[in-house]
Design a protein around this ligand. Sequence first.
Ligand code: HEM
Length: 127
Amino acid sequence: MTSDQRYTGRAEHEALAAKQAQLGRSEATCAALIPITKSEAWWGLTQDERREIFEERSHHIAIGLEYLPAVARRLHHGRDLGEAFDFLTWFEYPEESRAAFEELVARLRLTPEWEFVEREIDIRLTR
Ligand code: HEM
């Protein structure tokens, strides 16, 4: 399911809204589906501690914003539904942004946030 925003502040919300593209663009012929599960250590933290790791230390939103509007995205939550993965992340981008998307994923995987990622599957699609 899609859900409410847990870590996004007002200014970040506005910055995302101003820059982000819609899903389903005809030129976005590449996509990535990345199911992700975080560790029990992550879920044992408080909301404030998770936000601190997610943005103040890992800059997830600040990094992600650099890749908008080329990459359009949707985040699905599965944890509270008892799904196999905590999140199903979905991204769409044009052929010419393929390398940029791989750079984005590589940068995020080097952040402190990713030390809490326990399982992740990398799926790429084209049409
Ligand atoms: C395209 C650029 C990206 C932007 C602008 C972006 C932005 C965001 C934002 C704003 C949130 C927080 C939503 C909330 O407040 O609850 C979020 C969460 C998340 N993003 Fe990204 N993101 C991007 C790329 C990625 C990529 C490439 C991945 C995976 C490799 C990813 C995985 C996640 C996950 C798993 C969450 C949920 C984190 C949690 O709740 O613990 N994001 N993203």
